[in-house]
Design a binder for this molecule. Sequence first.
Ligand code: 9B3
Ligand code: ZN
Ligand code: ZN
Length: 390
Amino acid sequence: MEFYFQIVLLAFLCFENGIFTTTSRSDQVLSIIPETEADVEIVKNLARENQTALWHPDSFHHIKPHTDVHMYFNISSVESVKALLSTNGIKHSVLVEDVQELIEVQTKNISTDPRSSTGSFYEQYHPLEELSGKGTGPKKAMWMDCGIHAREWISPAFCIWFIQYHLQFYELNPSVANTLDNMDIYVLPVMNPDGYSFTWNEDRMWRKNRAKYDGTFCIGTDLNRNFDANWCTEGASANPCDSTHCGPFPESELETKAVAQFLRRNKHTIKLYISIHSYSQMLLFPYSYTMNKAENHEKLNYVAYLATTQMRRHHKTNFVYGPGAKTIYLAPGGSDDWAYDLGIPYSYTFELRDKGRYGFLLPPSMIKPACLEVLTAIQTITSYVIDNAK
Ligand code: 9B3
Ligand code: ZN
Ligand code: ZN
C-alpha cells in the first residue's frame, strides 16, 4: 500500500523546473529559443558539454537569436540542461517527451506476419534486410520482353499488367512472394517503341521496327529475325520490303543490340528468358531455327507441359506447346533461340490470345483473362526454375 502511493506521488511531482523535479525517464528533445547572442552561446555550449544531437537547425553555425532550436538530449543530462536554461531565463519546452517509446513504436512488428499486424507492409518502417532482399548471394534472375512486334498489342499490355500484379499481390499471393523472394525479374515492356507508336498513329498492322537503310524505300527490320541465331536463313527475308526482313546483319538494330548486350552481361544469373507475342495461344521453346532438339529438350518440354496443364486446369484455356520449328514454322534469328544458345537454359516464347477470332485486335475486355492465364503459366515455370535450375 505504501509503495503504491509513492509511485503515484512521484508521477504527480514531475513539475518542469519546479522544486520537486525528478530525473526524466527517457531521452528528450527540447525546443529552445535563445533571445540574445549570450543565450546563443549558452545553447551552443550545451552541445559541447552534453550528449546531444542537434535536430534543427542542421548546424550550430545557424543558431541565431529568436530562432527555434530543436536539440536531442541524453537521459543523463535532460534535467540539468533544463535547470541551466531556466536559471538563465532561456525559453524552452519539451518537444518529444518520451523518445524511447517513439523509437519502439516504429521498430517493433518488423518480423511478425505482415497480414496480422496493424498497417500493411508499406505502412511500416523496415530494416535494410527487409527492403533490399533476404538471402545470401545473388538471386537467380528471369528476363521478360514484350512488344517485339508492334501490332501485338496484348504483349506490352501483359508486361505492364504483370508488373502491377507483382507490386500489388506480394502480400496476398504466396506464389508472387515466392517468385520475388527468390528471383530478380527484368521486364522490358516495349522492345519496339517506334513500331508500337506507328501502330497507334499510322498503320495498326505494322510488325517491324522503323529502321531506314540506304538503297530501299522500304522500312523496318523484324526484330525477331535480327538475332544472331542462324541469322537470315530459311524463314526470314533478306528483302527489306517483307514483314520478316532480317536486317542488314545480325544485331544491326539498336533494339536487338541493347537486349543482346544486357543478356550477355547478365547471362550467369539469368536462368529464364521469356518473350511475349500474339496471337495463337502457344508456348514455344527452342529450336525455331532448326528441326534439331535442344540439349535439354526433355526438361523444356516437361515444364511447358506443366505450364499449359495448369492453364487448362485453372482457366480452361488451351495452349499448344512444343519447339518452335515443329509447332509453327522454321524461322531463324529469334530472341528465344539466341538467348538459349547464349546459355540461358529455360527459354520460352508465348503467343497469347486469341486463336484468330479477333487476332491482333483483341478487345480490351479480354486483357485481364489473357493476362491471368499466362500468369498461371509463368508462375509454374518460375517455380520450377527456382527449384531446379543450376
Ligand atoms: C519465331 C521465332 Cl524465329 C522464334 N525463335 N520464336 C518464336 C517465333 C514466333 C513469333 C515470330 O517471330 O514469328 C511469333 Se509472332
Ligand atoms: Zn510476334
Ligand atoms: Zn505471333
